[in-house]
Design a protein around this ligand. Structure first.
Ligand code: CUA
Length: 603
C-alpha cells in the first residue's frame, strides 16, 4: 500500500519541483498582522540584541555573527577562506591550520553543549568541499583548530554530543566513494561505494572511529541522553545519477548506537584503515538501525524535550516522527525499526528541516510551497494513532519569499528552546531587493513565533549561501567573549622590537602601538626569507592595527594583545612601505615604516 501512495506522490512532487525551479517560485504578498507578541521587532541605535546568531557562510567558507532580532552583521569569522580583515590565510598561524587549502563550503554551525544546552566554549562547522571540520573558540570568536576527515566525501551533517557534554561530535558523508578512494580498482562501480559516520573527539579534534555504511548519510543530529546519533540517508541505492538515487520508495533514518560503538571499540571489532578504526554499520549490525522513512529524506532534528526525532523527505509531503525511547527495543529486536515511527503528518510540499518552539510545536520549512508550516507534535501523534481522516496537525502557515532551505528557531537545538524567533533561510530573494545582477542575495526572513500565529518581522539580504544558523541567548555568549587574549598566549608575543639574522633568514619582532610600530625601518637583502612577528601592545579594546607590506601580498590585522606572524621571501628589491591598514589614531596615516630590500649584486 505504501508503495503506490509514495510512488504517486513522488511523481507529482518531482514535477512540482521542476515547475517551481523553472518559474522561480510564486508571488505571495506577506501580511504582517498587528498582533500581540512577547518579542520585540526593533533594536534601536545604542541598544543591544537579545541573541547571537551564528550563520554558516556557504561558499565563503566562513561563519557570520549576526544580532537577533536586528539582523545586523557584526563579524565574519574566517574559517576555510582567506580574509585580510584578520589575516586569515595570510599569517603563519592560520596557514598552519589551512595547510594550503583555501576553498571551503560551510553548512552547519553548532555550539558545544553541556547538559543539553550551549556551554559557550566552542562553535563547530563543516567544510563540505574539502571534508574538514573546524572549531572556533567562542571567547575570541576565532578559529582554533581544523582537521581533515579521511574516507569521507561531501562531509555534510555535523552535530556535537549534547549530553552530558560535547566529548564527541559526528559528521556524515553525503557522497559515497570507494573505500579506500585511491584510484585503484573499478571506480565506475558505484554499487561498491561506502558512506561513513565519523566520530570525532571534540576536545582533541581527532577522529575516534568511522562507522562504514552501504549508503549515504546526509544531515546529522544527536539525542539528549548521550545514547544515539542520527543521520538521514537518501541513497541506499548507491546510485550515481538522480534517477538512480530516486529508485527506492523508502529511504532511511539511520540511528547509531553509541553504547554498541564503545563496546566495539573496546572489544577490538574493527579494521584499521589508514590509521582509522573502521566499524561495520551495515543493516543488521548492532551499531546502526535503519528506520524506513519516505524517500529522499533531508533534515533530522530532535525535539527540545528529547523525545522525538523528526525527519522529512524532500519528495514526500510528510514529516516522520520517531519516538526515541522506542529505539532501544528496535535495536534489541523486540520491535521492527518501522515501529519507532509514531506519526507521519501531511504538512506540505518539499519539507526539508524542522525546528521547535519548546511549547510542543514544530516548524518545518517547505521548499516547494515556499512556506513555514507550524504543526503540533502531539496532535500529529494522536491522529496517526487514531487513523482519523480529515484531521490535521497543522496549526499555521506562513508564506516566505522564496524557496526556504533551513529554518531555525531561537535556542531550538537545546532543551532551552524559547519559541521567540525563527529564521527562514530562503534560497531565492527574487523581487524583494534592488536588482544586483545575475547572482542575487538570498533572503533570510525573521519571523516572530511567540504568538499563536507566525508574524514576518524582517527581510534581510544574505550573501550566498548561508545554509543554516543557530540563535544563542546573549547571556550564554556575551560574558565569555574577551576584549583581548592574554598576551603570552602566543608563544612569540613580543614587547620589544628587534631584528635577528641567521644566514639568509631574518626575523623581525615588531610591536605595534598607536601610532607607531616599534621600528621605523628594516633593511634586508633580496632573496632573504623574512619573518615578521607583530604584537599589538595596545590594551585598549577595539584598538586594532593593520600590517600591510606594500607589493608583498601581505595584509593582516592584529587585535589588542594579539600576535601574528608572516614569513615570505624578499624577492622584490626597493623601498616598500609597511603601513597600518586600520584607522587607529589621529596619526594613523603616519603609522608606517620602510621595508628596504637591497638588490642582489649583478653577476
Ligand atoms: Cu595603527 Cu592605524
Amino acid at each position: 500500500m505504501f508503495r503506490n501512495r509514495w510512488a504517486i506522490r513522488t511523481a507529482l512532487l518531482i514535477g512540482a519541483i521542476a515547475g517551481v525551479l523553472a518559474a522561480g517560485g510564486g508571488v505571495f504578498t506577506a501580511s504582517v498582522e498587528a498582533q500581540k507578541t512577547t518579542t520585540r521587532h526593533e533594536v534601536r541605535p545604542g541598544e543591544l540584541d537579545d541573541y547571537y546568531g551564528f550563520w554558516s557562510g556557504g561558499q565563503s567558507g566562513e561563519i557570520r555573527v549576526l544580532g537577533v532580532p536586528s539582523m545586523r552583521l557584526f563579524k565574519r569569522i574566517p574559517v576555510f577562506n582567506i580574509d585580510c580583515g584578520s589575516g586569515w590565510g595570510i599569517t603563519n598561524e592560520s596557514k598552519a591550520l589551512l595547510k594550503g587549502t583555501f576553498v571551503g563550503d560551510t553548512h552547519h554551525t553548532h555550539g558545544s553543549y553541556k547538559n543539553g544546552t550551549y556551554d559557550g566554549k566552542y562553535l563547530f562547522v563543516n567544510d563540505k568541499a574539502n571534508n574538514r571540520l573546524a572549531r572556533i573558540r567562542i571567547d575570541l570568536l576565532e578559529t582554533d583548530a581544523i582537521i581533515s576527515i579521511p574516507h569521507c566525501q561531501g562531509t555534510h551533517g555535523t552535530f556535537p554530543q549534547r549530553f552530558p557534554q560535547t566529548d564527541w561530535l559526528v559528521m556524515n558523508s553525503e557522497f559515497q566513494v570507494p573505500l579506500t578512494n585511491d584510484g585503484t580498482g573499478d571506480m565506475r562501480n558505484a554499487k561498491a561505494y561506502s558512506g561513513v559516520h565519523t566520530i570525532i573527539d571534540a576536545q582533541k579534534m581527532e577522529v575516534v572511529c568511522q562507522i562504514v555504511v552501504p549508503t549515504n548519510l546526509d544531515l546529522a543530529a544527536t539525542d539528549y541522553k548521550g545514547l544515539y546519533s542520527f543521520a538521514t540517508s537518501y541513497n541506499p541505492e548507491n546510485g550515481a545519477t538522480v534517477s538512480e538515487m530516486l529508485a527506492n520508495d523508502r529511504d532511511y533514518l539511520v540511528v547509531f548506537n553509541w553504547e554498541a560503538i564503545r563496546a566495539a571499540l573496546k572489544g577490538g571489532t574493527y579494521k584499521v584503515v589508514n590509521g582509522v578504526k573502521m566499524l561495520d554499520g551495515k543493516p543488521g549490525s548492532s551499531l546502526a538501525l535503519y528506520i524506513p522513512v519516505p524517500k529522499n529524506p533531508h533534515g533530522v532534528n530532535i525535539s527540545p524535550d528529547g523525545k522525538y526525532a523528526v525527519c522529512s523527505g524532500k519528495v514526500s509531503p510528510t514529516a516522520t516522527v520517531v519516538e526515541i525511547d522506542r529505539i532501544a527495543d528496535a535495536f534489541a529486536g523486540k520491535i521492527k525499526p518501522m515501529d519507532c515511527i509514531v506519526a507521519e503528518p501531511e504538512i506540505g510540499l518539499g519539507p526539508l528541516h524542522t525546528t521547535y518552539d519548546g511549547r510542543g510545536n514544530a516548524y518545518t520549512s517547505l521548499f516547494i510551497d515556499s512556506q513555514i508550516v507550524k504543526w503540533n507534535i502531539q496532535k500529529a501523534i494522536d491522529i496517526y494513532k487514531s487513523q482519523k481522516k480529515g484531521e490535521t496537525a497543522v496549526v499555521d502557515r506562513l508564506d516566505i519569499h522564496y524557496q526556504v532551505g533551513h529554518t531555525m528557531a531561537s535556542m531550538a537545538e537545546t532543551k532551552e528552546a524559547d519559541g521567540k524567533y525563527l529564521i527562514s533561510l530562503n534560497k531565492i530573494s527574487k523581487d524583494r531587493f534592488l536588482n544586483v545582477g545575475p547572482i542575487k542575495p538570498e533572503n533570510d526572513q525573521l519571523v516572530d513565533i511567540s504568538g499563536e500565529k507566525m508574524v514576518l518581522v524582517e527581510d534581510e539580504p544574505a550573501y550566498i549561501e548561508p545554509h543554516d544558523c543557530i540563535m544563542v541567548r546573549r547571556d550564554i555568549i556575551e560574558p565569555l567573549v574577551k576584549h583581548r587574549p592574554r598576551m603570552d598566549e602566543h608563544p612569540l608575543a613580543t614587547t620589544k622590537s628587534s631584528v635577528e639574522r641567521k644566514g639568509n633568514k631574518v626575523t623581525v619582532r615588531l610591536t605595534a602601538s598607536a601610532p607607531v610600530y616599534g621600528m621605523q625601518e628594516v633593511t634586508v637583502n633580496q632573496g632573504d626569507e623574512v619573518t615578521f612577528i607583530v604584537t599589538n601592545t595596545d590594551e585598549i579594546p577595539d584598538l586594532s592595527h593593520g600590517f600591510c607590506v606594500s607589493n608583498y601580498n601581505v595584509n593582516f590585522v592584529v587585535g589588542p594583545y594579539q600576535t601574528k606572524s608572516v614569513t615570505f621571501v624578499a624577492n622584490k628589491p626597493g623601498v616598500h612601505w609597511i603601513y597600518c591598514t586600520n584607522f587607529c589614531h589621529a596619526l594613523h596615516l603616519e603609522m608606517r615604516m620602510r621595508f628596504m630590500v637591497k638588490a642582489r649584486a649583478k653577476a
